[in-house]
Design a protein around this ligand. Sequence first.
Ligand code: GN1
Ligand code: MG
Length: 372
Amino acid sequence: MTEEFNTQRADNLIAIADQFAQPGKVTGVKAFGSGNINDTFLVTLDSSKEQHFVLQRINTLVFRQPKLIMQNMRIFTEHVHKRLQHIPLNRRWEVPRVLLTQDAQDHCQDADGSFWRAISFIEGSQSFDTMRDRSQAKEIGYALGMFHNLISDLPAEKLADTLQGFHITPLYLQDYEKVLAKTIAHRSSEVNYCLQFVSERQAFAHILENAKAEGKLPLRLMHGDPKINNVMFDTVTQQAVSVIDLDTVKPGLVHYDIGDCLRSGCNQAGEEIENWKSVHFDTDLCQGILQGYLSVAKAFLTDNDYAYIYDAIRLIAFELGLRFFADYLAGNVYFKVKYPEHNLARAIVQFKLTESIESQETQIRNIIKDMK
Ligand code: GN1
Ligand code: MG
């Protein structure tokens, strides 16, 4: 990239940020977070009130109806703000707000047609890519429980389906098979490992969708992406204070969330590690997350819900591996990558994590049983 291009890009970013800045003036815009889909920036303002906000360019190849995301987000935040006024909480809990443009719109489009929106930043908070210890695990679990609790009385049909097929593992499997039939990827030992791994788990891929179809698991609202770095922690108290990244809040199963939270939280090596030998599912952290989660969620979980928690943990790790692997075979069209084999490396991490979960099935099931 040329210097001229960068300067022009920075000027554009400031101009876009300015549309949402009220009151105050934009003093800086910098890349923020480690999202795999949207482009995220932290904007600094010279205002004495709020000094930051989050500016995002929505990837409309993934989220094809971005206006629906904004509509969901507004319904969700309005509901939760009302709920929070009526439940006594003895700790800090915040919900990101949608910021409007100068002409009161919840998004704006630039000359290229890119879709931009802004969200408040939870001041005095930070997120983590990997779990530090068990007390943090409990906080992560509490945060997901709070999130589910606050929307447990919002009917699922109130929110639109912003990303069809999201977390429907059998559909990912179908897409994978289509891609596989078309690709001539070099069959390295890594690729062969992944092919074999998926083929041995074809039947398992249906477990949650079958339970849903049989009426064992009800359709509820979910977050969709409650991985560890989407939970914000107060920088002083180190308590969880918010769950961010609300693009995939939509009808689904709470099991997708429980599975995603545990697969990301209990792998201390993180998703991006290249040396997959250090990938391990930590059952101590698993116990911590579930303890925190159930301290808030016990009230709305049924016996069937408990019965599928282990499968959810195993499935969402497998599913993410499958999604990364299929994207590698498709030529990296969905997840952002830093190098051509990035999605293959990410897939292997998730498959190794799945193996680690499978090898500890009895312990994990016992942890769940003892907590009921
Ligand atoms: C994507 O963009 P980001 O990092 O918030 C993906 C999630 C995956 C996650 C893995 C809409 O989320 O499903 O779990 O990467 N989001 C979408 O890090 O596909
Ligand atoms: Mg996300």
